[in-house]
Design a binder for this molecule. Structure first.
Ligand code: CU
Length: 72
């Protein structure tokens, strides 16, 4: 299991938290999604074979174009 962090600056309310959580959770291999509204950091626990690019794409599909991967 890998824990990856992404900064999503446009996350601003509980609606955003739900949208990102729902889209990322729907990916195969995702164990847990946590969105911190204060820091705008999305933490995703996932299987080894799920790539960061796939998670970023899911966040962008939720409507948040700017996504920055943070080093763990
Ligand atoms: Cu919002």
């Amino acid at each position: 299991m890998i824990s990856a962090k992404f900064l999503v600056p446009a996350v601003s309310c509980q609606h955003c938290v739900r949208a990102v959580t729902t889209d990322v959770s729907s990916l195969a291999g995702v164990q847990r999604v946590e969105v911190d509204l204060a820091t705008k950091i999305v933490t995703v626990e996932h299987d080894q074979d799920l790539e960061a690019a796939t998670i970023i794409a899911a966040i962008q599909e939720a409507g948040y174009d700017e996504v920055q991967r943070l080093e763990a």
